[in-house]
Every structure is written in structure tokens, then in C-alpha cells.
Unconditional design. Structure first.
Length: 366
């Protein structure tokens, strides 16, 4: 009603402003900014040490329909989740000889267990840990009260028994491994067990992968929860040349899929050797440099030895050994049966890493 009392001048002014507004819209289109892409989630991890070894653990809060409180070893050196069956399925199904049921598969607590069995090994010829179990499928929820996210239904390894190199059976859930490497588990030739972090439905424009921030120091015997260490889902800024990450395209193989091993040159003291380097959060204390020209069976580098790793894409990492830290062994692959040089979790205290599952790339940043 008040518009009826506006002067002729004011009405004309309003009409001119409206006309200019619509003209501007027609020429320039929408002026709304493009939506900002965000990663799927950013979660915390637990950092733990027993004063010799360091570990980072990811909380797992549900498997299938079974709510749990488990902690998987966050492992960049392997691919796929392995989980102890105890606490997930009825104890009556678990025997010394395997998980017992009839038929090709069974669904228990939202977990599909198949009759496909395998053995998964961690280690080399000098010592290994073995898990015995079945191929299984279920959605997995990771995180805790600080935030959770749930995968699609993914393949994982459900084990009923775990033994060390001497054949001694280890305690339940003592080696639940959350492998986030870019390949697939080699325990089954007929099914790929991939990283659980490659099992999410992502928004358009967000790339399947993760970023691991620099780990905080020190690690504690209490196992402190450290927020915002793990980012799930990569946005364009993560993959841009301005991100600071040195990107390393990965090679694919018939067995195991894309390999996380990166060609590099390693220099220790006055010795240099070509290497395929695995940056491995699952190696808790000792870096291993494989050199076939070394005649010693095993040998630990003395304190105050300078070590330099230079990848084929120019990423450089340097450290100096001490009597209690940056422990490094020189091994001969003809003895260990493992040709990879493995950088321990100490690398991640000073550096960042990302893995692009879609593009088959590992990025390193220091």
C-alpha cells in the first residue's frame, strides 16, 4: 500500500534499477560461485608405541550389522582389510581347522562368508606372520565418536587363526590389518581384496584416494587419539601441481594389481644402490635397505650414518641413524626373499603421503 505514495521520480528510479539488473543477468549469466568440493571425511587415528615399535591404528566401529570396537593397523604397505572372526560370528562356527558352515556361503550378522579359503602372510623368509581364513563381504564403518563413515559392501579377509614364524598361535585380534595400499590382496586369485578406503561412494569431482598428514610426535604408550590425520577422498587442489606433492605413477602387474613400490636410489654412507622403495606405516621400527651386493646376511647401520632416498621423480628424503632411532638394516634380497627396500613408520613423522586410487598415483611431500 505504501508504494502508492511514492513519487514519480522514485518509481522511475526503481524501474531503471530493475532493468539494469535483468540486463546484467542476461549478459554475464549467474554470478553464484562454483560449489567448493570437499573430501568425504577427515578422521583421527590412534598413535601408539611400546617404546620400541610405533603403530597407527584406525578405529573400526561396525562390520556388517555387528557393532564393534576394534582397531586396525593402518598399513600403507599392504592392500585390504584382514579381521579376526572372533566377536563377529558365533564362537561355535570357529574351530581350530577353520570357519564351519555348509554350502558355498553364509550370511551372519550382515557378513557374507564364502567357502573360499586362503593364507595371508606378512614378513619375509627371515620371519613371517600368517593368517588363515575365508573371503568375506560386508560394509565397514570406520571412525569413532569424533566422526564415522561407512563403505559400500567390500571384500575382506576374515581369519580364524593367526600364528607367528615359530608356529605359535597369537591372541585374538592381535593383527587386524587395515591395508590401504593401491593394489589388491594376493591371497585370492579369483577375488580382489582392495583398500577399504577405495570402497566409498564419492561426490562428483572427488577422486577415490586418501591423504595422510604428518604424524604428531611423540607417540605414547597410552595410544593417543590424534584428530584430522586421515583425509578420505581427494579434491582437485590435492592433485594440482601447486599442492607440493611429488607424484609417482604406479606400475600394474598381473598379480597384485598396482604396486606401491617406487623406483629410487638409496645412498647410505659411501654406498649407493638402486631400489624399489615401499613407504610403509606397517613397518613399526626398522627401515630395511635391500642390496644384492652386500655379502653380510644382515647388518644394522651404525649410529650417525647419513641416509638419502631419491625417487625417480625427484622426491628426496634424508635422515641420520642414531642408536635408538631411525634404525636401519642392510639386507641381501637373496637371503630375505624380498627385493623391496622398506621405509618404516618413522618416515611419516616428517612427511606426508597421498594415494590416488583412480589415477594409480602415490604422492609424497616433505
Amino acid at each position: 500500500m505504501k508504494l502508492a505514495y511514492l513519487s514519480h521520480f522514485k518509481i522511475n528510479t526503481i524501474l531503471i534499477v530493475i532493468a539494469l539488473f535483468f540486463t546484467a543477468c542476461k549478459k554475464g549469466g549467474s554470478t553464484d560461485p562454483a560449489p567448493v568440493l570437499k573430501p568425504l571425511a577427515t578422521l583421527g587415528l590412534y598413535q601408539y608405541t611400546d617404546n620400541t615399535n610405533k603403530r597407527i591404528f584406525i578405529p573400526i566401529s561396525q562390520i556388517g550389522s555387528q557393532q564393534v570396537t576394534y582397531f586396525g593397523i593402518f598399513d600403507t604397505g599392504s592392500s585390504g582389510l584382514t579381521m579376526d572372526a572372533n566377536g563377529l560370528i558365533p564362537a561355535s562356527m570357529i574351530t581350530a581347522n577353520g570357519i564351519q558352515f555348509t554350502g558355498d556361503s553364509i550370511n551372519v550378522n550382515g557378513i557374507t562368508i564364502t567357502n573360499r579359503t586362503a593364507t595371508v602372510s606378512y614378513g619375509d623368509l627371515t620371519g613371517s606372520t600368517k593368517e588363515f581364513g575365508n573371503l568375506a563381504y560386508a560394509p565397514i564403518t570406520i571412525g569413532n565418536s569424533a566422526g564415522t563413515v561407512t563403505t559400500k559392501r567390500i571384500a575382506f579377509f576374515l581369519y580364524y587363526k593367526i600364528v607367528d614364524g615359530t608356529g605359535k598361535q597369537l591372541p585374538q585380534h592381535s593383527a587386524d590389518v587395515f591395508g590401504v595400499g593401491p593394489g589388491n590382496g594376493s591371497g585370492f586369485s579369483y577375488a580382489a581384496i582392495e583398500s577399504p578406503l577405495n570402497g566409498f561412494a564419492l561426490p562428483t569431482g572427488v577422486t577415490s584416494g586418501f591423504k595422510l598428514a604428518k604424524l604428531s610426535s611423540p607417540f605414547t604408550t597410552q595410544g593417543d587419539f590424534v584428530r584430522n590425520l586421515l583425509t578420505i577422498g581427494l579434491v582437485p587442489d590435492d592433485l594440482a601441481t601447486t599442492s607440493g606433492f611429488v607424484m609417482h605413477p604406479l606400475s600394474s602387474y598381473t598379480t597384485g594389481g598396482y604396486s606401491p613400490n617406487i623406483p629410487a636410489t638409496i645412498t647410505y654412507g659411501s654406498t649407493s644402490t638402486a631400489a624399489l622403495v615401499l613407504f610403509d606405516t606397517g613397518a613399526p621400527s626398522v627401515t630395511v635397505i635391500e642390496n644384492s651386493k652386500e655379502t653380510k646376511a644382515l647388518g644394522r647401520l651404525p649410529a650417525n650414518t647419513d641416509v638419502t632416498i631419491t625417487t625417480n621423480k625427484g622426491f628426496v628424503y634424508k635422515y641420520t641413524t642414531t642408536s635408538t632411532g631411525n634404525l636401519t638394516e642392510i639386507q641381501n634380497p637373496n637371503i630375505t626373499g624380498d627385493y623391496r627396500s622398506i621405509l618404516s613408520i618413522n618416515f611419516f613423522v616428517d612427511n606426508q603421503m597421498l594415494t590416488n586410487y583412480s589415477g594409480h598415483i602415490i604422492g609424497l611431500k616433505n
